[in-house]
Design a protein around this ligand. Structure first.
Ligand SMILES: O=C([C@H](O)CO)[C@H](O)[C@H](O)COP(=O)(O)O
Length: 229
């Protein structure tokens, strides 16, 4: 089975701080996510800068599209996004539009299940129109109300659609193995990395844990640990 991918969510509003954080973290993760507040605030220019600076990372643009799927997503695929998100609560025509334009560019559409009431039904419907990734997502406001993504992940994994499953919502070093064991193929971490004293080390630790490697063999973090042990 393929090793899970690790995605870092860039949720700052500041353009330069986002580029600086991405520079620290990019060597330690597979996917850089431009979070929804960040892309709304900074626009497609930020994607162009990150695309040019980080050719070895995939880039997800968290558009959370709700309408005009094809039209809204196309400029971002054209500018180098590898994955674009669309809301699972939106019309199936909107979701199909993002899938179609992703296919046109050889890229991927991720359907975000945030606030979807009938998750099993939506997962089956979006699988039928060719969605590439299902996003199990407990948003920042839901996390503040005490929610976690674990029960939704169990439900989605149990549907056995064969689609990739991305999991976001407060994932941290202590929970990353639980998320992978429960069926995540993409693990997303935002605050656990950008809120750490050393974001590069936190990213390296989370990636090592997601891949089932001991933290001591995990990139810079492992190297630093080795120095001081
Ligand atoms: O998608 C996110 C949120 O809705 C704002 O765009 C976060 O990036 C995602 O939840 C991951 O961040 P953490 O929950 O802090 O790990």
């Amino acid at each position: 089975m393929a090793k899970p991918l690790v995605q870092m969510a860039l949720d700052s509003l500041d353009f330069d701080a986002t580029v600086a954080l991405a520079t620290k973290v990019a060597p330690h993760v597979d996917i850089l996510e431009i979070g929804t507040p960040c892309i709304k605030h900074n626009g497609i220019e930020l994607l162009k800068v990150l695309r040019a600076k980080f050719p070895n990372n995939k880039i997800l643009v968290d558009l959370k599209t709700a309408d005009a799927g094809y039209y809204e997503a196309e400029p971002f695929f054209k500018a180098g996004a590898d994955i674009v998100t669309v809301l699972g609560i939106s019309d199936i025509g909107t979701i199909k539009g993002v899938v179609d334009v992703a296919n046109k560019y050889g890229k991927e559409a991720q359907v975000d299940l945030i606030s979807v009431p009938n998750k099993a039904e939506v997962v089956k419907a979006v699988a039928a129109v060719g969605a590439h990734i299902i996003g199990v997502h407990t948003g920042l406001d839901q996390q503040a109300a005490g929610q976690t993504p674990f029960s939704d992940l169990a439900l989605v994994a149990g549907l056995n659609t064969g689609l990739k499953i991305s999991v976001a919502g407060g994932v941290k070093a202590a929970t990353v193995k639980q998320v992978v064991d429960a069926g995540a193929t993409i693990v997303v971490a935002g605050a656990a990395i950008y809120g750490a004293a050393d974001p590069a080390a936190a990213a390296a630790e989370i990636t090592a844990l997601a891949r089932g490697e001991s933290a001591s063999s995990g990139g810079l973090f492992g190297w630093l640990k080795g120095l001081f042990s």
